[in-house]
Design a protein around this ligand. Structure first.
Ligand code: ADP
Ligand code: MG
Length: 263
């Protein structure tokens, strides 16, 4: 079970030949079944890494090795915006993954998955504009789960939600992950969210984007309000914040020098 499923080796990227280096030497491994967060400030290249893993962007140099057996290489993607089709009901939105794979729509599976993400049968007949922000994210999560992914990529999915709702969705996401069906790679710029959810947190720094620290999170399997209120949780949030602050001051110094043109 504890096998490497994905290896990113020395990924380097710029979006055009003259453009700035966006990622430099980013290496990370994912082990089957784990939950890892990629934590860093806006613009440090987190989304770019996810897009590379999903095969949407090719790295300028470096390599991504997928060790999942053939037939198991299903990767789900949960975006920051729910990206639901406005004129389709929830059920019709969730039929889309089946339609795109040209297989018969499994409505029982759709209702089962809706239940799994905390939505009711009656929600299935609503249009997206009738749903709250949190409910839309739950539909988006259901859509990704319906593909039965072995790897789920999350790109700041709860960033637009208010704090208490976000905390609830984090607890629900942890419960889904504990079922053991998929490995999670979760992008966020919020330290507490990364510590709350993860077994491992990779800290990134910008200009160019690179991984500057790795933290193994010591926490219980069940991540709930008790975990959030614990001293152990707070201590790990503080330790990561310190790393990020020192990374940021080094980065600002570097930029300060180049702006003033000092030798
Ligand atoms: P993050 O997700 O950490 O906020 P991104 O991966 O979206 O960061 O972007 C990293 C850097 O690459 C940013 O400076 C951004 O402006 C730049 N960038 C992202 N996508 C493109 C693109 N398609 N073309 C040019 N530059 C881009
Ligand atoms: Mg992003």
């Amino acid at each position: 079970m504890n096998q490497t499923m994905l290896q990113c080796q020395r990924l380097t990227h710029r979006f055009s030949s003259l453009g700035a280096l966006v990622l430099e030497d980013v290496s990370l491994d994912l082990t089957n079944g784990e939950f890892v967060s990629l934590l860093g400030p806006s613009g440090c290249g987190k989304s770019t890494i996810l897009k590379m893993i999903a095969g949407l962007i090719r790295p300028h140099s470096g390599e991504i090795r997928d060790s999942r057996p053939v037939g198991q290489q299903r990767t789900g993607y949960v975006f920051q915006e729910p990206r639901l089709i406005a004129w389709r009901t929830v059920q019709e939105n969730l039929a889309l993954p089946f339609e795109l794979s040209r297989v018969k729509v499994d409505h029982d599976e759709i209702f089962r998955t809706l239940d799994l993400v905390g939505l009711s049968k009656s929600d299935a007949f609503k249009l997206p504009h009738m749903l709250s922000g949190g409910m839309k994210m739950r539909v988006s999560l259901a859509r990704a789960l319906l593909m039965q992914p072995t790897l789920l990529l999350f790109d700041e999915p709860f960033a637009a939600l208010d704090e208490l709702l976000r905390e609830q969705l984090n607890e629900d996401l942890n419960a889904l992950w504990r079922e053991g069906l998929w490995t999670g790679l979760f992008v966020t710029h919020t330290i507490s969210e990364a510590v709350f959810l993860s077994e491992r947190v990779l800290v990134m720094s910008p200009h160019p984007g690179r991984i500057v620290g790795e933290f193994a999170i010591e926490g219980p399997k069940v991540r709930d309000q008790e975990w959030r209120n614990s001293l152990r949780f707070q201590q790990q949030v503080i330790a990561i914040r310190e790393t990020m602050r020192s990374g940021r001051s080094a980065d600002q110094e570097k930029h300060g020098l180049s702006q003033t043109g000092s030798p």
